[in-house]
Design a protein around this ligand. Structure first.
Ligand SMILES: *Cc1c(COP(=O)(O)O)cnc(C)c1O
Length: 469
């Protein structure tokens, strides 16, 4: 026998409009014009199903046509809203991996837009009228930038390391210092990548000290590669030792074994003046004689996600011929963005590359921006804002333990906790991502782009103030 609730809910359900009736309402008809019949039909069915389930549980449900109509509209809107959206990074972490690492230069964005929606000479030689190589657009340019004989581009640096190891050391041994068996962001671990590449890892030395003699002692007939890995995201301090690049290269030469370096970040310019030391510029490794250097496109280089392999001709040709290269190749949008970014380096326009401009912005310029912005925030009822000296970081697994002096804006709301305020900032469109530390909301304008983002943040706070008045 049906229970009382079941009987009642069935009766209630029979009162509401059918799917067909709903689809014929003028607003829903208009919605079908803009969003398509299938999506609206599905949403109407889902809305009715949700009501049926609520009634069956004995819960309340709004049964008027108007309420159901609003629910259908909400469902359609939610389905069509993009999931990947721009956000404002007010954290001061420049290469924030969760926020998409390097924002692209205007020139790079324009080139992507120009090339992506049309045909292009991606693999077509315009001079000869025949098939070309997608490599041609970037490889010579990148090689020139770092002073290498040759360069290649793949999907990301993890792919670059994997492909290089697989090409150069499959079936043989790779010697790596125990101090460099690193993990980057959970899914990239040197020992795992090495194993998957088919190379046998020969660990030498200790966590804090590895000498050139340790590498030399491990060399045998099966050795294919000497690998050096930049410890991108941590620092070992104190009693440490690592052979110099020159010693490392010299050892490889003596035994006729290739030397490879995973540089991580792909720093193309010297950032010592900005206080970011220890990031090895790619050119330095290649000048020192490393045969293969790999680095990311979207870390300190400030371009799109990509992995760049630069080095001498012979190993690079072998890497290019590896059938796995095809599986790791990049799309035209990446090529367009990387080429445009590389040309900015060629022209010396470093401040046109957002990540570099942020690193190079002086503490004084940030302080002045912060002071002006603080005044605007302080004018909003219920909010107080003050300035505090703080630190920005490069992030994205680079320059560990180093930071850039900045001025933070501390925002306090009379009735909201820092977490509540940060949550409201995140729900703003565009979402504003702030730091929350010791129950305080902190904004670092170093990573807030010029041209509208400050205005958006201000509007987000105005909205919060209105909602909590
Ligand atoms: C970041 C990093 C990687 C991985 O690079 P992705 O471009 O993120 O794939 C590999 N090795 C080192 C040393 C790194 O710092």
């Amino acid at each position: 026998m049906a229970s009382q609730t079941q009987v009642e809910s069935e009766r209630a359900f029979r009162q509401i409009s059918s799917v067909d009736e709903l689809l014929n309402r003028p607003a829903i008809r208009a919605l079908q014009e803009s969003a398509g019949r299938d999506l609206v039909l599905q949403s109407a069915r889902d809305a009715l199903q949700a009501i049926r389930e609520r009634l069956a549980r004995g819960a309340d449900a709004e049964l008027t046509d108007e309420a159901i109509e609003r629910d259908i509209e909400r469902r359609v809107e939610a389905e069509l809203a993009p999931s990947l959206v721009p956000v404002i990074n007010a954290t001061g972490v420049i290469l924030h991996t969760n926020l998409g690492r390097a924002p692209l230069a205007r020139e790079a964005v324009d080139r992507v837009a120009e090339v992506a929606g049309r045909y292009s000479n991606l693999e077509y030689d315009l001079a000869e009228g025949e098939r070309g190589k997608r490599d041609d657009h970037t490889n010579r340019l990148l090689a020139r930038l770092v002073g290498a004989e040759a360069a290649l581009v793949v999907n990301n640096n993890a792919a670059a390391v994997f492909l290089s190891l697989n090409t150069l050391a499959e079936g043989g041994e790779v010697i790596v210092s125990r101090g460099e068996l690193i993990e980057i962001g959970g899914s990239f671990r040197i020992p795992d990548i090495c194993a998957k590449s088919g190379a046998v890892l020969r660990e030498v030395g200790t966590t804090n000290r590895t000498r050139i003699a340790d590498y030399a002692a491990a060399i045998n007939d099966r050795t294919r590669l000497l690998l050096r890995v930049h410890p991108s995201n941590f620092r070992v301090v104190g009693f440490t030792e690592r052979p110099s690049l020159a010693e490392f290269v010299e050892l490889g030469k003596r035994h006729n074994i290739a030397v490879m370096e995973d540089l991580g970040s792909g720093c193309l310019v010297d950032l010592d003046a900005q206080g970011l030391r220890d990031e090895p510029p790619a050119g330095r490794s290649l000048d020192a004689g490393v045969q293969v250097a790999t680095f990311s496109g979207d870390k300190l280089l400030g371009g799109p996600q990509a992995g760049i392999i630069a080095g001498t001709r012979e190993p690079l040709q072998r890497i290019r011929k590896n059938p796995l290269f095809r599986a790791l190749r990049v799309d035209k949008m990446t090529i367009a963005a990387l080429e445009a970014t590389a040309r900015l380096y060629r022209r010396g326009q470093l401040d046109s590359i957002p990540a570099l401009a942020m690193i190079r912005a002086s503490a004084d310029s940030i302080a002045a921006r912060a002071a002006r912005f603080k005044e605007r925030l302080a004018g909003l009822p219920g909010l107080t804002a003050e300035l505090e000296a703080g630190e920005s970081v490069a992030g994205g697994g680079s320059t560990p333990g180093q930071s850039l002096a900045t001025t933070l804006i501390l925002v306090h709301h009379a009735r909201l906790s820092a977490r509540q305020m940060a949550g409201r900032l995140r729900r703003n469109r565009p979402a504003v991502i702030a730091r929350v530390e010791r129950d305080r909301v902190l904004l670092d304008l170093r990573t807030v782009l010029d041209g509208g983002e400050e205005e958006d943040i201000l509007q987000a706070f105005q909205q919060i103030v209105r909602e909590t008045a």
